[in-house]
Design a protein around this ligand. Structure first.
Ligand SMILES: Nc1ncnc2c1ncn2[C@@H]1O[C@H](COP(=O)(O)OP(=O)(O)O)[C@@H](O)[C@H]1O
Ligand SMILES: [Mg+2]
Length: 257
């Protein structure tokens, strides 16, 4: 049986006010994610990744279109309800980790459980389980500055996981890490996905994107499946229709242009 549809967007448009008018950034986006999927959204700078991530993560709302997340019609929710969905259903992982520097790794991971009103005696136990899972069982009392970048991102991933959200939403999670450390973080995501976590990862890096099980492309605010993308662009990102034909190339060579 197919896994349950956990996220479904239809005809999502997003415009920002600009001067007297507005500028449209997302165009007619349809996007479905099933439980236990690991999807990456791949696109160059300025293509609309952060705008889409903000809508997926309920940090912002679409101008039009429908968005159903974990059975809830997001478009009809008020700000307070949106905040609730954000806390319950989504675990965020950011490029710059966004840990609280004055708190230990353990306290950073405990924090979402306080917001979620988990009883205090349970919090430490749950946070400890997650920190062990990400391989930081021996660094729980370290503050972020006493951890490497890769270790800080592991703390951030433990924090994102600790409330057991429906989706992990990661925005350029390896963007601030060197290649080797980034690859280790991707291995951790692969492991968490193999254990059943649904993961959506946003990146501009094709190498990183390929670690996911499915890639969708975003270009100028429009989403393309891999098949749609391959029909339009070659592997270097050049439009097939913009590539000169062999005959045209020969003509140019002969005419020296
Ligand atoms: N608040 C805003 N107001 C106006 N334009 C914006 C705003 N945020 C983003 N944009 C524009 O939307 C486009 C997509 O931006 P963004 O979603 O940040 O892309 P990415 O994350 O892929 O780099 C860019 O052209 C950007 O200038
Ligand atoms: Mg961005």
């Amino acid at each position: 049986m197919a896994d349950k549809l956990i996220l479904s967007m239809r005809g999502i448009n997003k415009s920002y006010p600009l001067g007297d008018g507005s500028v449209q950034v997302l165009f007619d986006v349809d996007f479905d994610v099933r439980q236990k999927e690991f999807v990456s959204i791949l696109g160059p700078s300025g293509s609309g990744k952060s705008t889409l991530m903000n809508i997926i993560g309920c940090l912002d709302t679409a101008t039009s279109g429908s968005y159903v997340l974990n059975g809830k019609d997001i478009g009809s929710l008020k700000d307070r309800q949106l905040a609730k969905v954000r806390n319950r259903d989504i675990g965020f992982v950011f490029q710059q980790f966004q840990l609280l520097n004055r708190m230990s790794a353990l306290d950073n991971v405990v924090l979402p459980l306080i917001y979620a009103r988990v009883p205090s005696r349970e919090r430490r136990a749950r946070a400890t389980v997650l920190l062990n899972k990400v391989g930081l069982g021996d660094k729980m009392m370290n503050k972020p500055k006493q951890l490497s970048g890769g270790q800080q991102q592991r703390v951030a991933i433990a924090r994102a996981m600790v409330t057991d959200p429906a989706i992990i939403l990661a925005d350029e999670p390896t963007g601030a890490l060197d290649q080797k450390t980034g690859a280790q973080i991707m291995e951790l995501f692969e492991q968490l996905n193999a254990e059943g976590k649904t993961i959506i990862m946003i990146t501009h890096d094709p190498k990183i994107a390929r670690r996911a099980k499915r890639i969708v492309h975003i270009l100028d605010g429009r989403l393309y499946t891999q098949e749609e993308y391959d029909a339009i662009y070659d592997e270097d990102g050049v439009r097939w229709e913009d590539k000169p034909t062999i005959r045209e190339r020969r003509r140019r060579r002969l005419e020296n242009v």
